[in-house]
Design a binder for this molecule. Structure first.
Ligand SMILES: [Zn+2]
Length: 185
């Protein structure tokens, strides 16, 4: 028998024979540190099959909600991807960021040059995070009719290609693969 096993079983028996005492218990393992995003954002189901991401605290304009990277990259867009370059569509890491819905008057933006989500106007605790999808999406796989409720709502969202330069001008963090073709489109 290996000596290590013998030593372990003696130790366990000795421990079991000792009287139970709250101060005698082995220390509990330290809980895993929460992911930083879990302290800032919560995802809720707001309708069947429809999730949304909400602020757990207030944010000032210019704050960084989260850095992001790619769990996987696809050559074509889907409803879950963010476009970071021509022919490059990433599945977001951390994954909950994909629950940020489109808004025509957004409060966050995906900065695909620095790979981080930036707060573009002050956000109250409990407010839903919204990003303007055409800032990264040139031509969307699944166009949709927006119901964001903003007076600035553009209604039909299909990507930057169909919106044109006027609707895109002045928007923060428009991705280079969107702004460059808009100039000649
Ligand atoms: Zn809208």
């Amino acid at each position: 028998m290996p000596r290590t096993n013998a030593a372990r079983s003696v130790s366990a028996a000795t421990y079991a024979a000792r009287p139970a005492s709250p101060t005698d218990e082995p220390p509990a393992p330290a809980p895993a540190a929460p992911h930083p995003l879990d302290l800032r954002m919560v995802v809720r189901t707001v309708a069947p099959g429809m999730r949304a991401a909400f602020a757990l605290k207030p944010f000032r304009k210019g704050a960084i909600l989260s850095p992001f990277g790619a769990r996987r990259t696809d050559p074509a867009p889907s409803r879950y991807t963010i476009q970071t370059a021509p022919g490059r569509h990433i599945h977001l890491d951390p994954q909950p960021l994909e629950c940020i819905n489109h808004g025509c008057d957004p409060n966050v933006a995906f900065d695909v040059e620095r790979m981080r989500v930036v707060v573009v106007r002050a956000i109250r605790a409990g407010e839903e995070f919204r990003a303007f999808y055409p800032s990264t999406e040139w031509a969307m796989d699944e166009p949709f009719d927006c119901a964001c409720g903003s007076p600035k709502c553009l209604r039909r969202i299909t990507g930057a290609r169909d919106l044109g330069a006027a609707a895109m001008s002045g928007r923060p963090f428009v991705a280079p693969h969107v702004s460059a073709p808009l100039r000649t489109h």
